[in-house]
Structure formats: C-alpha cells, structure tokens
Design a protein around this ligand. Structure first.
Ligand SMILES: [Zn+2]
Ligand SMILES: [Zn+2]
Length: 356
C-alpha cells in the first residue's frame, strides 16, 4: 500500500527487562499476511513474565522481540495471496493463536492444542509470545486471525475481548446450566470475565474469592457473595451458603495450589471444576476418593479456540462492563510508566492499554 510507511515506532525487548522505544521497519505483509495499523494493545500479566525473561526460551524464542498480544486496529494492507472478506479500513481484533492448520487437532478446530506447537518451524505461532506482536504502530497477522468489529464497539471494548474469550472457553469446558451456583476463585480480569458471563448465561448465585480492590470490583459487577481469603476460609463460606452441598461449578482463575484444591473441595457431588491458573508445574494433592465417589469432573482450560465471534457479540450487546475492566490508557512511548503502574497495582488498575 502506498500510504503505509516503511518505518514505525515500537517497544523492542532486547533481553530480560531490557527494552527501548525505537524505530524499526514496518513488517512485510506480502504475500500471505494482513497488516494492521494498531489502535490499542493491552498489557497482560503474561507480558510482565515475557518481559522479565521468566518464560525463556519458549516466550520469546529470540531477541530483539516485539511483545503485545491483545490488540486491535484498522487494516492497512492485505497480501496478494490472501483470500479473505476483510477489506482495507476494516476495524479488527487480532486472535493470537495461529495453528499449523494441517495436524489432526487443527483440522478438528482445536488449534490451541496444535500438535506442532513445540516444533520450531511447524507452522504454529502464538503472536506476541513466539512471534512478534504489536507493542508497535503496525502489527502483522494471518487473515483468519482477524475478527471484524461491530460498528458500535470501541477500542477499549476490543482490548477486553481478549480476556472474555478465555472465560468463554473455560465455560465451554465446564459448561453452565440455568440456575447453577458458580464459584470463581481469583478476581483478576479472567475471573471478572467469568463472573459476568455466568450471570449473563443464567447463574442463580455467584461467589468470588480473592482480596483487595479486585474483590470490591467483583462486588460492583454483581457477585452475590465475595469471600476475602485473608479473613475467611473460602470452602467453609461456600458450604455455609449452600447448606453443606457445594456449588455446581467452580472456575479457578488464580494458580496457587491451595486455590486449585479449594476449587475441587467446594463443588457439590457431581459438580464441575475448571482449572485455568498456571503454577509453574507444582504438584497439587487432591482427595481422589472424593473425585471418584462424588463424580467430580475436573477440566483444564487454556486459550480461546473458536471464541472470538461469540465474545465480540456478547460485548457488543452490552453484557460485559468493560469500563470496570479497561482502567488505564497510555501512549506507546510511555510504556515504561504503563508497565510500572500495572505491576505496582496502583489506582485500582485492571487492564492497561497502549495507544501507538
Ligand atoms: Zn494476555
Ligand atoms: Zn496443528
């Protein structure tokens, strides 16, 4: 495209906690990619780990690297071999998981579990993790990873879509039925997304465990019972409220082994548990007799396959209070301050977005 510049600004990560705001070439979208002029890119907890080098050599596999995986923007260029209904000027949200499209999992639509994920040149990519992302003025993606935004959707809404999709997949795994009682462990952005989704999908009563201002936000978003883990035992509180029965579904969104165990201990006989937290490979002990004899179903959940179109519709229809979730915005050039305040959890911060 004639009006696409050759040079752009980006935050380039050169090593663990070593980054700079500098000029780099605009990525080449020919022949098979789509170039997007980035409007906003969220900073995610994962970004702090990638920036710190904690996930090496998986994320990032190389330096210098451009992070950023929660982005949206306007299409600026379409490669000549691309087959798509998208057009220049369309507003789109980027989905970061790119499957190899040829293994059995990808063919089954389970591209988040691509069998070639660990192969260096197997075709699988996680944009912003294993390939460059969009802490930059332009971002690159394959056409099938770009989802068109409805007219009434704001850029702020679009950044939040990236969390709601993960919550939606958690519920695809654990299922939600009308009048279910649901416990959500961890009031981060994922937990708050799960909370709003289960309320929209018919939960009769919701419990959220956690601490601090995020628990207050859960209350503001309509959690029926909030449980401060610094003062109360979450399993005991849930059991009191359910006459010793337990909830139908628990969704673990925190990671510590104690929370994993609580998620199992607070469901009813025949209940469902979804584990979403990552704890670095630590082992958790469960009472397996309880899982067997009470027929507890325990699901793992990762990523957000086939969730973007539905999450976009749910947000466009106003079922998620994105204004309580997208709390701060900084120009890309102020990345350092944005990252600092995000990590320090100042000013009731939830999601911070960067605008190039
Ligand atoms: Zn993220
Ligand atoms: Zn695959």
């Amino acid at each position: 495209m004639n009006d696409v510049p050759k040079i752009m600004h980006a935050i380039v990560t050169n090593g663990p906690n070593d980054f700079e705001y500098k000029e780099v070439p605009v990525p080449d979208f020919e022949p098979s990619n789509v170039l997007v002029k980035v409007a906003a890119c969220g900073i995610c907890g994962t970004d702090t780990h990638i920036l710190g080098g904690h996930m090496r050599p998986m994320w990032p596999p190389y330096y210098p690297f451009i992070q950023g995986h929660e982005w949206c923007g306007t299409i600026a260029g379409i490669g000549k071999d691309v087959r798509t209904d998208l057009e220049i000027g369309d507003r789109v949200i980027m989905e970061p998981t790119v499957g190899c499209s040829s293994c059995a999992m990808c063919i089954a639509g389970e591209y988040h579990l691509c069998e070639n994920a660990a192969k260096k040149d197997g075709g699988y990519k996680l944009l912003g993790h294993t390939a460059n992302g969009a802490f930059s003025e332009y971002g690159l993606a394959p056409p099938n990873n770009l989802h068109k935004m409805p007219k009434k959707m704001t850029w702020e809404d679009a950044v939040i879509v990236n969390q709601v999709v993960i919550a939606l997949h958690a519920l695809d795994r654990g299922k939600i039925y009308p009048a279910d009682e649901v416990a959500i462990l961890g009031p981060g952005l994922l937990g708050l997304s799960v909370l709003q989704l289960v309320k929209y999908l018919g939960a009769s009563k919701t419990y959220v465990t956690g601490r601090g201002y995020r628990l207050e936000i859960a209350k503001e978003l309509g959690a029926d019972v909030v449980i401060d883990i610094t003062k109360e035992n979450p399993v005991e509180v849930v059991m009191e409220h359910t006459n010793g029965k337990g909830v139908d579904l628990s969704v673990e969104c925190a990671g510590p082994v104690s929370t994993m165990r609580e998620a199992v201990d607070m469901v009813r006989r025949g209940g469902r548990v979804v584990l979403e937290g990552i704890n670095g490979g630590e082992e958790v002990s469960f009472n397996t007799d309880r899982i067997v004899l009470d027929e507890i179903s325990v699901f793992g959940g990762r990523g957000s396959p086939n969730c973007y179109p539905r999450a976009i519709q749910i947000i466009a229809d106003g079922h998620i209070q994105t204004d309580k979730m997208l709390t701060h915005s900084f120009p890309l050039s102020e990345f350092e301050e944005a990252m600092r305040m995000f990590q320090a959890r100042e000013d009731r911060v939830m999601r911070v977005m960067l605008t190039p």
